[in-house]
Design a binder for this molecule. Sequence first.
Ligand SMILES: NC(=O)c1ccc[n+]([C@@H]2O[C@H](COP(=O)([O-])OP(=O)(O)OC[C@H]3O[C@@H](n4cnc5c(N)ncnc54)[C@H](OP(=O)(O)O)[C@@H]3O)[C@@H](O)[C@H]2O)c1
Length: 297
Amino acid sequence: MRIFVTGATGFIGSTIVQELIGAGHQVLGLARSDAGAASLAAAGAEVHRGSLEDLESLRTGAASADGVIHTAFIHDFLNYTAAAETDKRAIATLGAALAGSDRPMIVTSGTLLLQRQGPLATEDDAIDSNFPRKSEDALLEISSRAHVSVLRLPPSVHGDGDHGFVPRLIAIAREKGVSAYVGDGQNRWPAVHRLDAAHLYRLVMEKGSAGAHYHAVADEGVPFKEIAGVIGRRLNVPVVSKSPVDAADHFGWIGHFASIDSPASSAHTQERLGWRPTQCSLIADLDRPSYFEVEQK
Ligand SMILES: NC(=O)c1ccc[n+]([C@@H]2O[C@H](COP(=O)([O-])OP(=O)(O)OC[C@H]3O[C@@H](n4cnc5c(N)ncnc54)[C@H](OP(=O)(O)O)[C@@H]3O)[C@@H](O)[C@H]2O)c1
């Protein structure tokens, strides 16, 4: 297949590009800079210049492909509502370009804000409708006209080059001189290694069902206190509890997420697609010097 990948230069998207090319697919990767274009070309992908704001570039990219994987997102947590609006318009544009065909499209979402009905959030649960990012709503609007599915990522997608929530927690612990958790720290985050996540994107592209939701979850729920514990030990700083009020000050914008208990399952995904995570757990991955060698953004 010839697959148009947005976010192809990102932490997860670049891994998806490698996974797809390794399996014999052709990749058309979206790049908004010369550096991004060069990295995509070096990875063996065809470069499509454009951006999330340039809807025509998204339309032509999708129109020339057999399938679309949408992972690009503007990670500006201080202007999150605007970033979410841009995402919604991008999804509508990509979906419209595929409408009336059976060419598949995967939209990236997250497990963190699922409204869990049982002990673990499942693929059947819905996202909290108060959350500004509406990737799944945008998809609903086009699902009657296009073959679209949702791939939900856990809050930690880990591996070399991680610059997500966990490196942010490391940076905060460095800056504040303590590694913190909220309350008793028993709230849980699911996690997945980026190679396992990339493999799942490929399986969904190759054999996913229209309208289905898939979970790239390997660790169903890592207690936040364990994450804080490894960070504290590696940085040689105390591991401390913060009250919910103090957590907002300590963690900044990430404070809300630091206290969320959101264990999730991928049982349906594994059953339907035969996906099996094979990489190391978040704690094993985090407990390596490389996570602590450089100050990560
Ligand atoms: N990493 C995680 O732990 C995690 C967890 C849950 C969900 N997610 C979601 O997974 C997806 C991929 O995340 P990631 O960690 O790979 O993100 P990332 O490394 O920050 O990469 C973001 C990608 O989006 C592109 N992008 C940003 N703004 C753009 C714009 N205005 N126009 C075109 N492209 C733009 C970036 O291009 P440049 O290279 O040009 O900047 C890059 O390719 C996102 O939807 C993210 O929210 C990630």
